[in-house]
Design a binder for this molecule. Structure first.
Ligand code: FMN
Length: 181
């Protein structure tokens, strides 16, 4: 028997890779937010998409300057993920609160988060208004990561625990690699 889960429809598409997005204002003020709705959309040119709520400070800043970094955390950063996903940079300095430090990016103004294991530097290509979110389809200008956890283009999940968002306060970590027969 199937049950109606319309209320939670999007969670049928979880767990989702959970990332930290760093954005910047024209005056140079930084912000960081947790984002589960993210995906690659093209290899050539390299494009990703993130869906960001119109109410968030991050949405305002990305519309303002058109640049952001994607930072990939590990399990140790679960507390930081929660802080950056439940408070707004309009009210608090989440870098201080979540004890996150930054280093300059190679090509864009928003920095990367040192505590994360991988980084993408992104510049917005198209904005699509979709319900309460804006989908920022963005060019990936640079992508780099810690070499010991990503080998031959694949995450080494024995060495890294990647938090995936299940919904609410629940996360899952991939632990088993499989191949089709
Ligand atoms: C695990 C997790 C995933 C989230 N994913 C998204 C997302 O994909 N898009 C979004 O707009 N908000 C998402 N949020 C909520 C924002 O992170 C939250 O509204 C945040 O406070 C916005 O911060 P800002 O106002 O400083 O930009 C998520 C929150 C959590 C905890």
């Amino acid at each position: 028997m199937k049950i109606d889960v319309m209320e939670d429809f999007y969670k049928l598409l979880h767990p989702c890779m959970t990332i930290l997005i760093v954005s910047i204002s024209r005056e140079g003020k930084l912000n960081v937010m947790t984002c589960a709705w993210n995906m690659p959309v093209s290899e050539d040119p390299p494009l990703i998409a993130v869906a960001i709520s119109n109410e968030s400070y991050t949405n305002q800043l990305i519309k303002e300057t058109g640049e952001f970094t994607v930072n990939i955390p590990d399990e140790k950063m679960l507390k930081a993920l929660w802080i950056c996903g439940s408070k707004s940079g309009r009210e608090v300095d989440k870098f201080k609160l979540a004890k996150l430090t930054t280093t300059s990016s190679k090509k864009i103004a928003p920095p990367i988060i040192n505590e994360c294991v991988a980084h993408l530097e992104c510049r917005v290509w198209r904005e699509v208004e979709a319900g309460e979110c804006t989908i920022f389809i963005s060019n990936v200008l640079e992508a780099y990561c810690n070499q010991e956890v990503f080998k031959k283009g694949v995450w080494d999940i024995e060495k890294i625990s990647l938090p995936m968002h299940l919904g609410g306060k629940l996360f899952a970590i991939p632990t088993k690699i499989m191949k089709p027969p």
